[in-house]
Ligand binder design. Structure first.
Ligand code: MG
Length: 142
């Protein structure tokens, strides 16, 4: 993992899987956990620490999938998703966005889907759940 400013990533790491994943997550412990797990799967990663940085990274390069925290300073996951979906109205693309959040309240998944996200993973989760939801989301949308 190393720092990279030109593509708006807080840190990046390269795997051998060929898929580019953008992580938008403000908590350093969760960032570390996610990057360890995603490194294991061989994905290329770009970690960003809030919604604004996430949207900037999205604009700077191509991603196959985004893992989006909801509660973040500066710009939350709902706003960042809305901005990305608005940009896609112009580009005609659709990047899969998975909400990754501690909120497991009834109806919260629906709220995330209504906000333009494609899937939802509640924290804490097992590494297999993370892997499955990524694979399932990519399969459904491809
Ligand atoms: Mg957060």
């Amino acid at each position: 993992m190393h720092n990279s400013n030109e593509n708006n990533c807080l840190s990046i790491s390269e795997g051998n899987h060929g898929l580019n994943i953008l992580v938008v997550e403000d908590n350093p412990v969760n960032q570390k956990l996610l990057s360890l797990m995603l490194d294991d799967f061989g994905y290329n990663l770009c970690i960003t620490e809030n919604g604004l940085e996430g949207v900037k990274a999205y604009q700077a390069q191509h991603f196959d999938l985004i893992l989006m925290d909801i509660q973040m300073p500066i710009m939350d996951g709902f706003t960042a998703t809305a901005e990305i979906r608005a940009l896609e109205k112009i580009s005609g693309r659709h990047v899969p966005i998975i909400a990754v959040t501690a909120h497991s309240l009834p109806g919260y998944k629906e709220k995330c889907l209504q906000a333009g996200m494609d899937n939802y993973l509640a924290k804490p989760y097992h590494i297999d759940e993370l892997h499955n939801i990524i694979t399932e989301t990519l399969d459904t949308l491809s």
